[in-house]
Structures are given as structure tokens and as C-alpha cells.
Design a protein around this ligand. Sequence first.
Ligand SMILES: C[S@@+](CC[C@H](N)C(=O)[O-])C[C@H]1O[C@@H](n2cnc3c(N)ncnc32)[C@H](O)[C@@H]1O
Ligand SMILES: C/C=C/c1ccc(O)c(OC)c1
Length: 370
Amino acid sequence: MSSSEMSDCNNNGGNKKLFEGQALLYKHLFSFFTPICLKLAVKLGIPTIIHNHGKSITLSELISALHLPPSKACFVPRLMRFLAHNGLFAIVRIHHDDNGEQEAEEKEGYVLTSASELLVEGSENCLSAMVKFIVQPTLVDGWIRMDEWIYGEEVSVFGTACGVSWWDLVANNSEQMNIFNEGMASDSQMMSLALRDCNSVFEGIETIVDVGGGNGATGKIISEAYPELQYIVFDLPSVVANLQGIRNLSYVGGDMFKSIPEANAVLLKWVLHNWNDDYCKKILKNCKECILRKGKGGKIIIIEVVINEGQDKYDTTQVKLEFDMTMMAMFSAKERTEKEWKQLFTGSGFNNYKIFPLFGFRSLIELYVI
Ligand SMILES: C[S@@+](CC[C@H](N)C(=O)[O-])C[C@H]1O[C@@H](n2cnc3c(N)ncnc32)[C@H](O)[C@@H]1O
Ligand SMILES: C/C=C/c1ccc(O)c(OC)c1
């Protein structure tokens, strides 16, 4: 039947809206397939294979590099089509002349995009550990319980799912601890290579304490770039227990809510967004005290999201709000707008701060202690 014969079915423009709504709804309902297929691609090593191939890779070249059973190899084109549709790989047309007398053949090849460039194993900016951390059953099992968490008193969805806070869960499960610390370290590695170039941030600082510095990914890079700097990585005893300092880098275990080793400067990267304002005030008070004990003033260097819906692009706001949902469900904590940061700082006894939008969706905030 031709479409013109269906005019009786086509006359109600209202259906257009109805079905657009349906498509939007289904798009969101299945949006979890993006991270799941992305993790599959990482597990298969596809970004690394494409990178090592050196030029665009055809599907048949990719399939032969993957060594999958034939009954599954046939699905690789559809996985790649889906990921390319989402900007995680790109398709280029390649011109093949190598079949001699026969007609030159046009083929498609896959290349990395700026997102999948970050998933090449062994490169200095590699976030594949973050993919393995975020897209894993323990976390997904937590997120999906937000509907139980919202009615209960638990701070974290992990309280609902596993009966503990996220930090307890990590402290008591060495496998989770490793997945988490490696994920965080991969982000820190990338951020620190950028931070290293900000000489003015470290100017005049003799001692810095990286509070919640994890396994020291930032510490290793910054302490090597600034050999005159004494760099202390401060984290929970369970995190730093087996870590050995070298040269100007040392590890100290403790609790930032109790006391922080004295220094001229404090680095707080991705720490304050894990805590609500009351906890943040305690952390900032202890940071201030740690700087004042050293004697001559200094600053707190904060690397965090600043939500700015009015000015940011859609995708930037999207990632900031996704982190906000994560912090809400994991810690009853939040990402903050500039107004909320300002309120937190003034409420903690600081009057002077400066925000530098240096690192994509995260900013560097300097909070001055005089
Ligand atoms: C989200 S991670 C950020 C790690 C690192 N700064 C980074 O950006 O990759 C937060 C860190 O805070 C640490 N932490 C949590 N509670 C703490 C406490 N009471 N005292 C010191 N560190 C703590 C965690 O162990 C974890 O390494
Ligand atoms: C999925 C979770 C990602 C994540 C990102 C930044 C953080 O500070 C964090 O704290 C536990 C978790």
C-alpha cells in the first residue's frame, strides 16, 4: 500500500508530537546502553586496537583482531555503528586501490574520536580505569535503588544496597578499593598533567598537603615537576597503608575531620563534592588551621565542578548534573553553583577566593588564607 493511500491515517498532526514523545522516552530508557557498550568496547580493547593500527581500521580488520567466536563476531559492526552514532568512534571513507586491475573500492573505516582517544591503554591520558569503575555491577546496583533510598534515612544508596557507606564499602573490600582508586588515579593523572603547567599555582609554596589525595597519582606528577616542593599525600590509613613515599613525596594516613598535617597550601581535588555543607565546613576549617599552624598564610586549591547552567553548553551542563546526581545518591552531597561555593566559603570564614575555569568541566578555585 502506498503512503498516499494512508491519508486517512495521516491527518492528525497531534500524533507527530505523541510519537516524538515516545521516541524521546525510549531514547532515555535505553541510554544505559551507551556506557554498557562503551565498557564492552574497552574490555575488547577496541580503542587500543584502532590506535595501534595507526590508520582507520575496516570492520573486517577489526573483527580479525578481536578473536571472537564467529557467532559473536558478526555483531561487531552493529556495536561499532552504535558507538559511532554516539560520537565515541567516527567513520571515515577510505579508498582502496590495491585490487590491481579491478575497480577501486570504497570502504568505511573506523577512527578514534577525542573521547575514545582517552581509552587507549598505556597512553598518558587514559581513562579506561574510570570506565571500569563507573560501569560495574556494585555501582549500578546502588543507582537503581534510588527509589528505596529516597524514602529511607540512609545517606547513601550503598547504605540501602549493602548496608554501609561508600567509604566503608571500599575500606572493607580490597577489590572495590582497587577499582575505585585506579579509576580516581586515572582522572588525576590526566588532570595533573594539565595542573603541572600552572606554575603560578605552586609559586611560593614550600609544603603542600593533598587532602584525600588517594594513591598519589597527582602527588607523583606534581612532586616530580616541582622538586623543591614538599608534597604530602594525606588520605585514610586504609588507602595509604602500603604506599612508599619517594624524594619530596610522602604519604600520611589520617582523618581530615580530625587533623591535617601542617603545610602552606592544601589541595582538595574532588573531595568537597563528596560532602554536604556541614562536613565541608569542618574540612575547610581543618585546612585553614593546618595552614595557619605553618605560620605565614597560604591557600587552599580546590578542583571541582562549578555549575553554570546559564553560560555552559548543553553537554557541559549535562556532565556536571550527572556528577551532581552521583554525589546525591552516593553521599547525599552535591555539585555546587558559584553562589553555593561562595556561601560555603563565607560560612567557613573565608572572604577571598578566585575561580579559574581551567580544566573543561572542572574549575580550579583558589581560596586564600591570610
Ligand atoms: C573522590 S576521591 C578523590 C581522590 C583524589 N583527590 C582524586 O581526585 O583522584 C576522595 C578521597 O577522599 C578520601 N577520604 C575520604 N574520607 C576521608 C577522610 N575522613 N580523611 C581523609 N581522606 C578521606 C578517600 O579515601 C578518597 O581517596
Ligand atoms: C561514579 C562515581 C564517580 C565519582 C567521581 C568523583 C568522586 O569524587 C567520586 O567519589 C567517590 C565518585
